[in-house]
Design a binder for this molecule. Structure first.
Ligand code: ADP
Length: 424
């Protein structure tokens, strides 16, 4: 949450239900009724839910003119009451809804309560309704900037406000009042949306500004709040609203508003983008740790194994390391041979065999004779070299393991030899 929000007077705030974890609470506000505040609240919820990333709820805080259930075709749905509290209804796309209309015998019954009672209902929607975990809760606010919305502002820990205005309103006055209210409560304004900005001619596609030139964007600039786009009058929207099928909207409006909402910090925490980053970092560090552990395990098991390569020729130790037939490679564990394989000599080129045996993770090389260059290369890679060995390979290995094989240290100087290493 921003520093600003933390400074809010908290003495009037209502505790949330203990089972609720609501990450972002966004109030949708307008200067007067009929500008599309409820429709925009519903659309924001529908689009957010459609991302599949968020759990979304809508609280119909417009107690005297509740229209949220109708938009979702949920007028006949009834919340389930339990000892713990009341569960909101779930729409067709699984958005959670709570509205006074869902509790009244008939949705047409007028709600004639006054301020304090209305305020109480909203508080109950917060602390007696089990919303569970929500990423976004949208509040369809009572219209205007008077006492009733003020009670809501004072009662609930709101994280942001979206202002909806139409071009024919005195937008600057409404925005000013909304900003004053938001500042009083230290609630950030997410931005201003202009609804009914124009309509599109169904024949020629031309935009027609029904209410004349709009100044909403200029007002947003003047008050230094983000302008979150214009929504046209769209007969499809009116029809879907009337039919209770707002979730079937197939056009994508309000993209800027959705982007601004996604950047909002989580109540008392971090924004979605930051959370994603943190999750990625966490995954990365888990992966690194797993890799490290795996490496350690490999190292440990390899640490325990000593690998001996004996230059061999028909089962006996070759006197010519470079020209041997191949290498008998023996893995030794707990001083006992556990595995043996034969690696044919790929050919004698300077430096080739020491490199090959190093890659094979050999620790000790045993031969009759070896050139000085090869010995040096082995030493550089911390591979022990034993020269001067002779006899059967198996017996030489046993000798080595018994600690009886001592290197003569002799070096073959005629490295381009044919058989000049003899006598080591
Ligand atoms: P408010 O919540 O501000 O009182 P509503 O959202 O109930 O306003 O909208 C009033 C009426 O106008 C509704 O019938 C709604 O479907 C219609 N309406 C609002 N905005 C649009 C729009 N952009 N295009 C078509 N109809 C709209």
């Amino acid at each position: 949450m921003s520093e600003k929000t933390d400074n809010r007077k908290t003495d009037m705030l209502v505790e949330n239900h203990p089972l609720n974890q609501i990450k972002r609470t966004v109030a949708v506000l307008s200067g007067k009724g009929g500008v599309g505040k409820s429709l925009i609240t519903a659309l924001l919820a529908v689009y957010m839910q459609r991302t599949g990333k968020y759990r979304v709820g809508v609280m119909d805080a417009d107690i005297t003119g509740p229209s949220i259930p109708k938009l979702f075709g949920a007028d006949d749905f009834r919340p389930k009451a339990t000892d713990q509290g009341m569960f909101p209804v779930r729409t067709h796309s699984d958005i959670q809804l709570m509205s006074i209309n869902l509790l009244l015998e008939s949705p047409d019954a007028p709600v004639l309560w006054r301020g304090p009672l209305l305020g109480n209902v909203i508080k109950q929607f917060w602390n007696e309704v089990i919303w569970g975990d929500l990423d976004f809760m949208f509040l369809d606010m009572p219209p205007g900037t008077g006492d009733v919305p003020l009670t809501v502002f004072q009662s609930l820990p709101l994280d942001g406000i979206i202002i909806v205005a139409s071009p024919q309103e005195l937008v600057s006055m409404i925005v000013k009042k909304a900003i004053n209210m938001a500042q009083m409560m230290s609630i950030p304004i997410i931005g201003l949306i202009e609804n009914m900005s124009h309509t599109v001619c169904p024949h020629c596609g031309k935009e027609i500004a029904l209410f004349g030139e709009s100044h909403t964007e200029d007002v947003a600039k003047q008050f230094n709040i983000p302008f979150l786009g214009k929504m046209p009058i769209d007969p499809d929207l009116a029809r879907l609203s009337d039919e209770g099928h707002i979730e079937r909207i197939h056009k994508y409006y309000l993209n800027d508003a959705l982007a601004a909402l996604e950047k909002m910090p989580v109540h008392g925490g971090i924004s979605y983008a930051e959370r994603e980053c943190a999750e990625l970092e966490q995954k990365e560090s888990i992966r690194n740790e797993e890799n490290n552990n795996e490496q350690k395990e490999n190292m440990n098991s390899e640490d325990k194994i000593m690998r001996i390569a004996v230059a061999a020729e028909a089962g006996v130790v070759s006197q010519h390391f470079g020209h041997c037939e191949g290498f008998t490679i023996v893995d030794v564990q707990d001083n006992k041979p556990v595995k043996e394989e034969f690696l044919a000599n790929p050919g004698h080129k300077p430096g080739l065999l020491p490199k090959l045996l190093h890659e094979k993770k050999v620790n000790v090389v045993i031969a009759g004779g070896m050139g000085g260059g090869a010995i040096e290369l082995f030493n550089e890679n911390c591979i022990d070299v034993i020269t001067g060995a002779e006899g059967e390979v198996a017996a030489v290995i046993d000798q080595y393991l018994a600690g009886d094989l001592v290197s003569s240290g002799s070096v073959c100087h005629e490295h381009s030899h044919s058989d000049s290493c003899g006598g080591h």
